[in-house]
Design a protein around this ligand. Structure first.
Ligand SMILES: Nc1ncnc2c1ncn2[C@@H]1O[C@H](COP(=O)(O)OP(=O)(O)OP(=O)(O)O)[C@@H](O)[C@H]1O
Ligand SMILES: [Mg+2]
Length: 479
């Protein structure tokens, strides 16, 4: 029997005894209300004096009346792994991917837990209140989790157990959550957007990209995977060296070499959310900071084609007019997206540098910032200096190693007589992995491996011919 039930039993026994004593001495019809209240009040004080158990309540009510309190939800997640093992009545809901059922404690159910040899009890309480709105009575139910423990363990529970519950609950929550892809694209002042509580719009992230499927040199791939996994396990290390737990990656290379695909693969490998930041639609530096503050831990902040968002000609040139709202750096330049309307768009290079590694970047923790570009040489050196962008990853034209990965993905082939010709041609010409993938993909049921490989050989020969022609033309022009 749980201590909560024992407490309630005690309360009932004492209260019943008291009532009987009073009834014995007084006639019920003369029993005054005030005396009854007085009696009740002191009975509960006496009970709590003798009761050795302490209760802590986690109510679902929060300041935001549309949201359940974070502490309540974390406790619920923490108990979701314990409740199914012992509780007799459980509540079922659809969880991640809408395919898995998540069980939690039903109302008035109790589950026991143990922490460093100490027994603790959790009970789900349900409180029903009747309120009146527009003269119609309305019943409101508030749920809460009641934690009960012996007063002897007060310090242990308050100082260590609660921290353990919150930490583990959050970790389980992250493991079970359905990851999301956030975008800032539609921030125009529509009534719908004004009602939204978040700066970001989101959908579930369901990209199937995986590192095993990316066609690139296997050593570089392994090095990137190791770097990412090391980062994700380095909380203590970052704390020790006094740096925010974040890392910047610059992915660069020609179009169609797998930059966006790699971002999706990183998100899947580390189980992070993705915030796809479209810089050209951000109004100013202040709005940029707001977007940054609203990102959560375990996420990737992506700015694709960073060269198209910055004024490429302005290598941190002097700002002509000081903006009132931004003050950060005298070397501010406006973003290219707003070149024509500089007045309305005031996101500046220094504003961007600030959110990457200024004070604002430390909020949240465990985040990757990834830029992609087709033209690395056009970027301002300040933006990509080491420390800001910690790792540069070059994604380039298809090598034979990359082709072998794609042949395995698309055709389930590990070797084939035509591979030798392909290896020779790939060594002689430049072809992007996106083109190789397109040729290897069967277009009809009659397209077998031989046909797809022949198409690729044709494409490679054509690319080689075009490259030779272009080279000849260039040489003629030089003469
Ligand atoms: N290295 C690669 N390995 C496997 N597939 C690839 C690779 N590169 C490109 N692809 C395929 O080509 C398509 C385009 O790739 P992706 O969008 O990742 O290129 P990108 O480098 O981001 O191009 P852009 O610079 O134009 O944005 C994808 O569908 C992807 O499957
Ligand atoms: Mg891309």
């Amino acid at each position: 029997m749980s201590p909560t039930t024992v407490t309630e039993l005690w309360a009932s026994v004492i209260s019943a005894l008291g009532s009987i004593m009073l009834l014995w001495t007084l006639y019920p019809q003369y029993f005054p209300k005030e005396l009854r209240e007085f009696f009740n009040k002191y009975t509960s004080i006496i009970i709590s004096y003798f009761n050795p158990y302490i209760n802590i309540s986690f109510s679902e009510a929060s300041e935001d009346r549309f949201k359940r309190s974070d502490a309540y939800l974390t406790v619920e997640t923490y108990l979701s792994t314990k409740a199914p093992k012992t509780a007799k009545r459980l509540k079922a809901e659809l969880g991640k991917d809408s395919s898995k059922v998540v069980l939690s404690l039903d109302a008035h159910q109790t589950v026991a837990d143990e922490f460093r040899g100490v027994k603790i009890w959790w009970e789900v309480k349900q409180e029903v209140k009747t309120s009146r709105s527009f003269y119609t009575p309305r019943q409101e139910t508030t749920m809460s989790y009641m934690l009960t423990f012996h007063k002897r363990y007060r310090d242990l529970i308050i100082e260590s157990y609660l921290e353990h519950v919150m930490k583990e609950g959050k970790e389980i929550g992250v493991r079970n959550r359905q990851r999301k892809l956030y975008t800032n694209c539609s921030n125009e002042k529509s009534p719908w957007n004004m009602m939204k509580r978040s700066m970001w719009s989101s959908i579930y992230f369901e990209h199937p990209a995986k590192f095993e499927k990316i066609g690139m040199d296997p050593e570089t791939k392994q090095e990137i995977v190791d770097d990412l996994l090391t980062f994700s396990k380095s909380k203590d290390y970052y704390e020790k060296i006094g740096k925010p737990w974040k890392r910047g990656y610059l992915l660069y290379g020609p179009p169609g070499t797998g930059k966006s695909t790699m971002i999706a693969a990183i998100a899947n490998l580390l189980e992070y959310d993705v915030y796809d930041l479209e810089l050209t639609t951000v109004k100013d530096n202040t709005e940029l900071r707001k977007f940054m503050i609203e990102t959560t831990a375990k996420s990737i902040i992506v700015i694709e084609d960073i060269d198209c968002s910055l004024d490429l000609t302005g290598q941190r040139k002097k700002k002509t007019k000081k903006s009132s709202d931004d003050d950060d750096d005298e070397n501010e330049i406006p973003m290219k997206g707003a070149k024509e309307e500089e007045k309305s768009n005031k996101v500046t290079l220094s504003g961007l540098l600030n959110v990457i590694d200024g004070l604002w970047s430390a909020c949240g923790g465990e985040r990757l910032i990834i830029f992609t570009t087709n033209y690395m040489e056009k970027l301002d050196p300040a933006l990509i200096r080491k420390g800001r962008m910690d790792k540069y990853i070059k994604l380039s034209y298809c090598s034979f190693d990359a082709f072998k990965v794609l042949a395995k993905n698309y055709l389930d082939l590990e070797k084939h007589p035509m591979f030798d010709t392909i290896q020779r041609l790939i060594g002689e010409t430049k072809i992007i992995p996106a083109d190789v993938a397109e040729n290897l993909m069967p277009k009809s049921s009659s397209d077998d491996a031989d046909k797809c490989l022949s198409k690729l050989i044709q494409a490679l020969e054509q690319a080689k011919e075009e490259a030779t022609k272009k080279k000849d033309e260039d040489e003629k022009l030089e003469e």
